[in-house]
Design a protein around this ligand. Structure first.
Ligand code: ADP
Ligand code: MG
Length: 325
């Protein structure tokens, strides 16, 4: 069972950034308003994620670490319309099989928190406000072959920051802070105001004021499908060529359909004058996508990918072609 867990872990946990992504997913699923990530040695020595979400009830702490333990879906039918980031109940089990994991959590109904040591299974009362802290130490300590594949601390740190950036761009209503070796390296405050304004504010905070100024608003609706976000215009000089961000129903994904549609729009309107840069949020009826395609949930499958392609292409074309204010 230990071996099976470690093999499964290999699919979910590739490097510290994979752990960061899963733990932040969980914090968001728990309704957190503020999420703090603390790292040591690029995350290899420590990844700690603290949230002010709903917490894990004491009786559920131990089961949260078991494989396929999820509180988020109860049936196969629920899998047809997943509204949460998690649903496979795999991440904590996988991570704890390749690290020293502890869970410290308190719900609003409890007078105190409880701390679960993943290694020993020991559970004891502890102090904490409502919410959850997950600590992951010495990633891959028992699998040196995997540990060898990790890059320098600086590179692993950059990947961890990128993982949080993807969440932060999708959730301006949540505050994020990242600490490395005791120093605050990134901080994105919660954005008030209407959703479009909040998204713009967060975009400027995360990708820079420059990107916001040299981009156009993308807004498109067809049927139940919406595409919103920003697309960089030709003079977006200082934006980086690898800024092609897309989210489907709030989940960051790498998607060929969306990528191709956006590229086509740039070719049509700007005739290849520049590399597409964009941050696009696609919202579809959850029943029309399959999110259970890949263990890391980085890919989705659309029931009607032509519909998505057309919508994204139109959305970006219209935005790029419109006269700029
Ligand atoms: P999944 O997210 O797919 O359900 P995970 O292994 O990531 O599976 O987490 C297992 C369970 O632990 C979750 O379903 C949830 O009930 C609980 N959990 C994990 N992290 C948190 C958190 N930060 N706040 C509240 N509950 C959490
Ligand atoms: Mg999860």
């Amino acid at each position: 069972d230990e071996l099976i867990s470690q093999i499964a872990a290999g699919e979910v946990v590739e490097r510290p950034a994979s752990v960061v992504r899963e733990l932040v997913d969980n914090a968001l699923d728990a309704g957190a308003a503020q999420i703090t990530v603390r790292l040591l040695a690029g995350g290899v020595r420590l990844i700690a994620v603290e949230d002010d979400g709903s917490g894990i009830p004491e009786p559920e702490l131990a089961t949260a670490l078991k494989r396929h333990a999820t509180s988020k879906i109860a049936s196969l039918a629920d899998l047809e319309s997943v509204g949460t980031m998690g649903f496979r109940g795999e991440a904590l089990a996988a991570i704890s099989s390749v690290s020293e994991l502890s869970l410290l959590s308190r719900t609003a109904a409890q007078p105190n928190a409880f701390l679960l040591d993943g290694r020993s299974g020991e559970l004891r009362p502890a102090a904490r406000g409502v919410g959850t802290s997950v600590e992951v130490r010495e990633l891959f300590f028992a699998t040196p072959a995997r540990r060898k594949f990790l890059k320098t601390d600086a590179t692993e740190l950059a990947h961890c920051i990128e993982a949080v950036r993807r969440h932060a761009l999708a959730r301006p209503d949540v505050g994020f802070a990242i600490w490395h070796e005791g120093k605050l390296v990134e901080q994105w405050r919660r954005c008030e105001g209407s959703s479009a304004q909040a998204h713009d504010r967060r975009l400027a905070d995360v990708l820079g004021e420059d990107f916001l100024e040299r981009s156009v608003l993308v807004e498109h609706r067809s049927g139940n499908l919406t595409v919103r976000g920003r697309a960089g215009v030709p003079d977006a000089a200082r934006s980086r060529s690898d800024w092609q961000y897309c989210w489907v129903n709030g989940r960051y994904v790498r998607d060929k359909v969306i990528g191709h549609a956006a590229r086509s729009a740039y070719e049509d309107v700007l005739h290849g004058q520049r590399q597409p840069v964009y941050a696009l949020h696609v919202a579809v009826d959850p029943a029309r996508i399959d999110v259970n395609v890949h263990p890391t949930k980085i890919e989705v499958r659309f029931r009607d990918s032509r519909e998505v392609h057309q919508a994204v292409r139109h959305a970006v074309e219209n935005a790029l072609a419109a006269p700029r204010a």
